[in-house]
Structures are given as C-alpha cells and as structure tokens.
Design a binder for this molecule. Structure first.
Ligand SMILES: [Zn+2]
Ligand SMILES: [Zn+2]
Length: 159
C-alpha cells in the first residue's frame, strides 16, 4: 500500500479541518472491526478496487471493498490507522487473501469522507448532508462473501 500517496491526499483534504492539530496516517493490519482501542473512534467506508491473484494471476475488480479506519486525537496529535480489507480469488480454493489496489480517484473520495468523519467524531462539527460517492467499476461481479475479509469480519455492507 502506498502510504505516501494516501498521506499526501489526506493532507490535501485535511486543509478543511479548522484545528491546527497534526494528523498522521499509518496502515495497520492488526486493527479489529468494532473493537477500537479505548479512546479511539471507528469509521468504515466502502470503496472500489482491483485485485490480482498471486496464485493463478487472475484479476478482478470489486465495488464492495471495505476500508476500516481507527482514529484518535490526543494532545493535539491525531493518529489514523487504516486497514483495507482483502479479498481472494474465487477460482483458487487455496489462494491467499489479496491486497486491494485502490485508484487515486477513489483514495480522494475515501480521504474526503474520512476528514468529514474526523470533523464529526473528533471535533463534533456538523458537516451536513453528503452526496459524494466513488466512481464504481462497470460490469457487476457478484460479491463473494466466502472470499471477502469484510464479510468474514461482519462489516461488509449489503448493496
Ligand atoms: Zn486465483
Ligand atoms: Zn464482503
């Protein structure tokens, strides 16, 4: 996962935040849905992504890819932990769970929504109604709960 790119986009979107606190992003595979550490807030967003099976080379795209965020603001320092949830190939029963590849445009939407969540949850601002949505991929592959980490963890949204 390209941490520098995510951070750059986040910093661009974070200009909307009033406060002068400093925020830092880090990817963390170990955060658990619905069990943020004490004092941390959670946010789950849906995005679209592409995947590639490292076992057979098959590629697929999905419009239901969950990204889990845990965030905390303390002593003017904010931390955001990010865990994009994996999927695995439906053709390879023994294939590994694969990392999503998320396009820059979708990261922009994710970060914009994340900044709104931070403003609501950490700064108690009312950010008003939201209409933004990621640009989904054409060709609707059926979602495969057995091959989706988000479904296994119980945070995958039904469409
Ligand atoms: Zn495969
Ligand atoms: Zn799912």
């Amino acid at each position: 996962m390209d941490e520098a790119r995510w951070t750059r986009i986040f910093e661009d979107k974070a200009k909307k935040m009033r406060k002068q606190d400093s925020w830092q992003l880090e990817f963390d595979e170990d955060i658990v849905p619905n069990r943020p550490n004490y004092g941390w807030k959670q946010c789950v967003r849906n995005t679209c992504a592409r995947f590639k099976c490292t076992s057979c080379g098959r590629g697929w795209s999905s419009n239901r890819v969950m990204v889990l965020f845990h965030m905390q603001l303390r002593n003017m320092r904010g931390t955001i932990k990010i865990r994009p949830l994996y999927q695995k190939c439906k053709n390879c029963s023994e294939g590994p769970m694969e990392k999503p590849s998320i396009e820059t445009g979708s990261i922009y939407v994710l970060m914009e929504n994340l900044v709104e969540k931070i403003r609501e949850k950490c700064y108690h601002e009312n950010t008003g109604p939201k209409f933004r949505h990621f640009k989904s991929y054409d060709g609707n592959n059926p979602h495969e709960p057995a091959h989706c980490q988000g479904c296994k963890l119980g945070i995958c949204k039904r469409s």
